[in-house]
Ligand binder design. Structure first.
Ligand SMILES: Nc1ncnc2c1ncn2[C@@H]1O[C@H](COP(=O)(O)OP(=O)(O)OP(=O)(O)O)[C@@H](O)[C@H]1O
Length: 246
């Protein structure tokens, strides 16, 4: 596998008149877990789809590494699996499609799902479904792994486990980028945080560096103060906060 680098150069994208990314340039490197954060509707899912090649930019380029059988794995927010199959059969099915050398048992072990290998997919909990999605995403050993809100709706322990797996996956020859609203987990686990607001990267750096840059005590606080200062399109949460000004 080659060194993984995912480069975005002058990328713009919009839905009709709504600009999602406006001339964004960034490079993501192997060995890093990058978390894409931002207000609802900022365009995190859209940005991940652009990174994964599921959408084409209106302008600019996205350069992905050459990963042989599969260069980018993408896990959507709500992964769907064909009912009737077991967990092991599901991973084996994808392995047959993508990379016959993949050992389903080893992949399930890697994400912590070995104990559920014989369970049918329709009997999985929400957390197990995400882990199966993660195992499926790793078939073919892709150098880029893109995860859209992999812990939304999960209990804190399962969420922490998934962040741990994602962090472990960001080895020397692989980069992992995920979208998340779980700012405590992001602050604890991510190597780099990118805050998308108003079509631009309003913050970009290691969690500790962003705290120093903003003067905030937590990433949560840095998020709020930056979004309030930069994002004109997000929900005005101050208007509905009890005791707020409005
Ligand atoms: N297919 C589409 N056609 C038109 N507009 C879209 C489409 N998909 C998304 N949008 C709009 O683009 C904006 C960005 O959506 P996106 O889902 O990327 O945001 P997000 O940051 O992932 O949001 P959330 O945090 O709520 O999941 C939103 O205003 C959304 O309504």
């Amino acid at each position: 596998m080659t060194d993984a680098t995912l480069a975005v150069d002058g990328v713009s994208f919009g839905f009709g008149d709504v600009s999602i990314l406006d001339d964004v340039t960034a490079t993501l490197d192997a060995g890093h877990l990058t978390a894409l954060v931002g207000p609802n509707g900022a365009g995190k899912t859209t940005a991940l789809e652009l990174l994964a090649g599921l959408r084409a930019p209106d302008a600019g380029t996205v350069t992905r590494p050459d990963g042989g059988a599969r260069s980018v794995a993408y896990l959507p927010q709500s992964p769907q699996f064909r009912s009737g199959f077991t967990v092991r059969e599901t991973v084996a099915f994808y392995a047959d499609l993508v990379d016959a050398d993949t050992d389903p048992a080893a992949l399930l072990d890697r994400v912590g799902l070995a104990g559920a290998a014989d369970r049918r997919v329709e009997a999985l909990s929400g957390g197990m479904t995400r882990l199966l999605g993660l195992a499926q995403a790793l078939v073919g050993d892709p150098p880029v792994v893109v995860l859209d809100e992999p812990t939304s709706g999960l209990d804190p322990d399962v969420a922490d486990h998934i962040f741990g797996v994602a962090s472990d996956l960001a080895t020397d020859d692989r980069l992992v980028v995920l979208a998340s609203h779980d700012l405590a987990a992001v602050e604890a686990r991510a190597d780099r945080v990118v805050l998308l607001a108003d079509g631009a990267l309003a913050l970009d750096g290691a969690p500790a560096d962003l705290l120093a840059e903003t003067g905030a005590e937590t990433l949560r606080d840095a998020f709020s103060q930056t979004v309030r200062a930069t994002d004109r399109s997000s929900v005005d949460v101050r208007a509905v906060r009890p005791g707020g000004d409005a």
